[in-house]
Design a protein around this ligand. Structure first.
Ligand SMILES: NC(=O)c1ccc[n+]([C@@H]2O[C@H](COP(=O)([O-])OP(=O)(O)OC[C@H]3O[C@@H](n4cnc5c(N)ncnc54)[C@H](OP(=O)(O)O)[C@@H]3O)[C@@H](O)[C@H]2O)c1
Length: 296
């Protein structure tokens, strides 16, 4: 058992749930595993297999007794993470995982993408806070696009009618990792120590051309898809219209819809992959697609 005590925020979320499952699977390796959630959201964890702390995410008391925090908050709370870090550091936390799990947003081509604005702000804050707080570290997990979400209706797929309308062009590279593998990489990384204030861990389950990923889907489902390619300028125009109307969520959505076939939806756009730090054979996209489509 290690000396690590882990507190998970966002435990019922799309990624938070698998992260919690993986923490439960590896619970024997940690001194303590718990969930922090706002009191009015705590009842959904009544049957939880781990300790539940109902409390403010912005109060140092909520973090006392924990060495590591994994923040898996969604977009609604993304930009509020610096306030969580402040409370966590005051409460004695030594290591903070920011809500990331995206493509490498340090790539110059996507660093200004609206969808990632709040994450960039959190990154800048953590860089500054960690250099001014001896003994405090942070981790950013960069994983590419979730395999389960990559060929989703969100990006323009219509699985019922077996067609897709995608922003961008064919021939671009994409990097994906399945959600259970992302959870495993993240929880495994808690026990990989490092020196210095912060680290970026880049892991990726599969990379190849977008058409090859679609072909994996076609094989898994045993059907062909009809793909049409739309101009990125159309999405950019819709994003701008939403910005003018001050509609934050549509503005964010239109910005990221262009990521899939941009060539920059990858974990290794800037730095090399860290897969070799982990003892894990990632799930191939075909297996992921079979898992999700045959379960449906
Ligand atoms: N690379 C990709 O393709 C990809 C895809 C999806 C997500 N992601 C990333 O994964 C991370 C987690 O995203 P997600 O989709 O799992 O997030 P999510 O499901 O939208 O939300 C996660 C958690 O945030 C808390 N939360 C949300 N709204 C709240 C509110 N109004 N008040 C208080 N708490 C609230 C909830 O915590 P409780 O459980 O305590 O209620 C919720 O479970 C994000 O960084 C996201 O960008 C990446």
């Amino acid at each position: 058992m290690s000396d690590i005590s882990v507190l998970l925020i966002g435990a019922s979320g799309a990624l938070g749930k698998p992260l919690l499952e993986e923490l439960i699977r590896q619970k024997h390796l940690f001194k303590r595993v718990a969930i922090l959630t706002a009191p009015d959201r705590a009842s959904k964890f009544n049957d939880s297999e781990v300790e539940v702390i109902p409390g403010s995410l912005y109060d140092a008391k909520s973090y006392r007794g924990f060495t590591h925090v994994i923040s898996a908050v969604g977009n609604a709370l993304m930009v509020l993470q610096p306030a969580m870090v402040e409370a966590a550091v005051t409460g004695g936390v030594k290591h903070f995982y920011a809500s990331e799990w995206n493509s490498d947003i340090a790539q110059p081509q996507i660093q200004n993408m609206r969808y990632f604005r709040d994450k960039q702000a959190v990154r800048a804050y953590l860089r500054s806070k960690s250099t001014q707080t001896p003994g405090f570290q942070y981790t950013l997990m960069v994983t590419g696009i979730f395999t389960e979400w990559a060929l989703d209706e969100f990006y323009g797929f219509d699985h019922k009618n077996r067609r897709a309308r995608l922003y961008g062009q064919p021939g671009q590279r994409i990097g994906v990792t399945s959600i259970p593998d992302i959870a495993r990489y993240t929880v495994d990384s808690l026990r990989i120590a490092f020196d210095g204030p912060g680290r970026t861990l880049r892991v990726q389950g599969w990379t190849g051309k977008i058409e090859a990923l679609i072909s994996e889907l076609e094989q898994a489902r045993g059907v062909k898809y009809q793909i049409t390619w739309a101009a990125v300028s159309e999405a950019k125009e819709l994003e701008e219209q939403a910005r003018v109307r001050e509609e934050d969520w549509p503005e964010m959505q239109y910005s990221i819809k262009t990521l899939l076939a941009s060539g920059h939806g990858v974990a290794d756009g800037v730095g090399k992959l860290d897969n070799d730090l982990f003892d894990l054979k990632p799930e191939a996209p075909g297996e992921t697609f079979r898992r999700i489509f045959h379960a449906a």
